[in-house]
Design a binder for this molecule. Sequence first.
Ligand SMILES: *Cc1c(COP(=O)(O)O)cnc(C)c1O
Length: 428
Amino acid sequence: MKYYSTRNQHNSYSLSEAVAKGLASDGGLFVSDHLPHFDQNDFSQIDLLSNFAYKILKPFFHGDPLEEKLQSICDKTFSFSIPLKFFTDNKGILELYHGPTAAFKDVGARFLANTMENLLDPGDFKTILVATSGDTGSAVASAFHQNKNFKVVILFPLGKVSKRQEHLLSCYGDNVTSIAVEGSFDDCQRMVKETFLNNKISQSLRLSSANSINIGRLLPQCVYYAKASVDYLKQTGRSPSFIVPTGNLGNALAAVLVKEMGFGINKIVFSNNKNAVMENFFNKKRYEARKSVATIANAMDVGAPSNMERLLYYFPNFKDLFNFSLAHTADDEMIRRTIIDVYTQYKLEICPHTATAFQSLEQVDNDNCIVVATAHAAKFSDVVEPLLKKKVHIPESLQELLAKKSSFLKLQANTSQLEKYLFDILSF
Ligand SMILES: *Cc1c(COP(=O)(O)O)cnc(C)c1O
């Protein structure tokens, strides 16, 4: 399989190159030159998630040196469960939060880390520099933790992530350094971008990014949509619709690709928080980036979804996309009410992001559907507990992390300070 930039179909790249580069040099995002097509029945006998992953991802690795590593990459990545649980006869919840940091980003971050490890030459090292609005940072820290070939530096906006997110971001230590920036998430992102553009730093520290536009994070997310649609069909005899909490569109795009690859998926619903990018896009039939606003579903506070460029690449003619998808928006008030309602009605504890998807249930008149749960409620206890007037159950893996000490440095939102600092701490 070959890969192109969304902005230029003349130069092709291998998968290894696309993963190592992250973003194409022309600023575009990497896409595969075609999508494989599957018969869903060929998957119905595969129970183990890692074997399922191998089968669906194999065509994407075809012809690449990484192909022979794929089984072991899948085994290491998909070592936790991703259960589909039915809360009514025909409505399921796909729990993507059983990984080490209790959010779906564990899947992509672990797959990327395991892939990048295989791309290193002997004696080589990389510095992973990421900005996070909450969940990416901990997932990336966890995925690369104690891997001696990588150093990880995480920037997060001070006071703008949940208390538990902050702890999980800054409890790893060893090869992971966390930096709280006195500014916004946009400041963090700008500082990362500017540092990457500084050739001297970028080369001497062998900077690399692990953000959600990397194709190595997108591809593994296809696995759980394919598996869930196969399992749903087995259980109900029908194909499900998926309702996906959406920010940068990485997760929802994976669902769209799985449908395109031939798996039985009916509709796909993009659920936004108050950053109503998708609803606006659907109403106006034209995409407009906007300034992001802060909400209680902070991992979705995105006004210019980076994966939009990939979505538009696959659907230059919007009509085909609009034929099978819907967009819906939930503001903070609706999110709060939904967290209470879903607990009252189904005894499910959900996080604010997942609540945007549950809120969209009313909009879908098709009853056969799967609500995608992107994080565990315990990660957002500061929002959820006052609403439910009870303590939220904390999964064991999270308890262990919460028991660790956490520490982070503080920096002003100033790139030259960050660069000076990087030189000081990162002496390999
Ligand atoms: C990152 C994140 C999202 C948004 O996912 P995208 O791929 O950016 O659309 C939703 N929910 C949670 C909990 C997240 O961490």
